[in-house]
Design a protein around this ligand. Structure first.
Ligand code: C5P
Length: 286
C-alpha cells in the first residue's frame, strides 16, 4: 500500500545537560545523527487500527501492551488529526533496535508512524498539531521526526538542522543490557553544565575537534547505574583506527567514529569475535 518507513536509530554525538525545568525534565544541548540502521514500519489496509510486532527484537516488547506501544499512541493521535480522512490500518513493526538503549528506538518508531500515516492520510508533518503530538509522545520524538543531522535544545524539541562533513563511518554497540533513562537522569551529579561550544568550521577535522571538545554528560551517571558501560567504552577506545568513542543518549549503547564506513565495519567484525553476545552495527555516519 505504501513504501515501508525506516525508523532510524538516533545517536547523540554529544549531549550536554545544561539545566532542569520545574517539571523535572532536563534541558539539553545535543548533536544528533541518524545512521541508516533501524526498525521497519509498514501498513496494510484493515477494518480498524491494529499493531503487529515481529523481527529479531520483538521479544523485548512482549511485556508492552499494544495500546501502550508508542506506535499505537502515535497512530491514535494521527487518526484524531486526520478526522474523517483516517481509515483502518494494520501497522507492522519489524523490531531490530535494542530497547532502553539510548538509541531512541521507541521514539523513532513513533516518528516513523507519524511520517507514514501523514503520507497515507494526507497530513502535513509540519502541521503544529503533528509537532505537538510528537512532543507529547516523548522528548526525542520531534528530532526523530526529522531523522537527519541536527542540533537540539530545550528538552529536545528546539531542533535546528546541521550539515555533517565527510564520509565518516560509525560503529554502534549495545551490550544487550537495558538501562532505564529516568534512573540515569536521577543519578546525575550536576545538572548545570556548560552548553556545547560553537563548531569552528564545517570540515571533518573541525567536526572531530568539535566532538572531542564536547561530552555526553550522562556518561558517568549511566556507568553508576550500569558499570558494563565503562567496559564497553574501554573496548571501543582500544579499537584500531577509532577517532572518538562515546556513549549515546542515556546508554548503554556506545559508538566509535572511523575514517570511513569500511573501517567501522572491520572494527565491528573484530569486536564481534571477542563479544559475540553484543549487538554490533556499522554504517556511514550520515
Ligand atoms: O520524554 P521521554 O518519555 O522519552 O523521557 C523519558 C524520561 O527521561 C523522562 O521521564 C525523564 O525522566 C527523562 N528525561 C529528562 N529530560 C529530557 C528527556 C528525558 O529528564 N530532556
Amino acid at each position: 500500500m505504501l513504501e515501508p518507513e525506516l525508523a532510524r536509530a538516533k545517536v547523540n554525538l554529544a549531549l550536554h545537560v545544561t539545566g532542569r525545568r520545574e517539571d523535572g525534565y532536563h534541558l539539553l544541548d545535543t548533536l544528533v545523527v541518524f545512521p541508516a540502521i533501524g526498525d521497519v514500519l509498514s501498513v496494510s489496509a484493515a477494518d480498524e487500527l491494529a499493531l503487529v510486532v515481529d523481527g529479531p527484537g520483538a521479544a523485548d516488547l512482549a511485556d508492552t501492551a499494544h495500546e501502550a506501544n508508542l506506535v499505537m499512541r502515535a497512530a491514535r493521535g494521527m487518526a484524531e488529526i486526520a478526522g474523517p480522512r483516517a481509515f483502518g490500518v494494520t501497522i507492522r513493526l519489524e523490531k531490530h533496535l535494542p530497547v532502553a538503549a539510548g538509541l531512541g528506538g521507541g521514539s523513532a518508531d513513533a516518528a516513523a508512524t507519524i511520517r507514514m500515516l501523514a503520507r497515507l492520510w494526507d497530513i502535513d508533518v509540519a502541521d503544529p498539531r503533528v509537532e505537538a503530538l510528537a512532543l507529547t509522545l516523548g522528548a526525542d520524538v520531534p528530532m526523530c521526526l526529522h531523522s537527519r543531522p541536527l542540533r537540539a535544545r530545550g528538552i529536545g524539541e528546539a531542533v535546528e538542522p546541521v550539515e555533517i562533513a565527510g564520509d565518516l563511518g560509525i560503529l554502534i554497540v549495545n551490550p544487550r543490557v537495558p538501562v532505564p533513562t529516568p534512573s540515569v537522569f536521577r543519578a546525575l551529579a550536576r545538572r548545570d553544565n556548560p552548553a556545547m561550544r560553537e563548531p569552528v568550521g564545517s570540515g571533518r577535522s573541525d567536526l572531530i575537534a568539535h566532538l572531542r571538545d564536547s561530552r555526553n554528560d550522562l556518561e558517568p551517571a549511566a556507568i553508576a547505574v550500569e558499570p558494563l558501560v565503562a567496559r564497553l567504552l574501554q573496548d571501543l577506545h582500544g579499537l584500531e583506527g577509532r577517532l572518538l568513542a562515546r556513549m549515546s543518549g542515556s546508554g548503554a549503547t556506545c559508538f566509535a567514529l572511523f575514517e570511513h564506513a569500511e573501517a567501522a565495519r572491520d572494527a565491528g567484525r573484530r569486536l564481534a569475535a571477542e563479544r559475540p553476545d553484543w549487538w554490533i552495527r556499522s554504517a556511514p555516519l550520515a
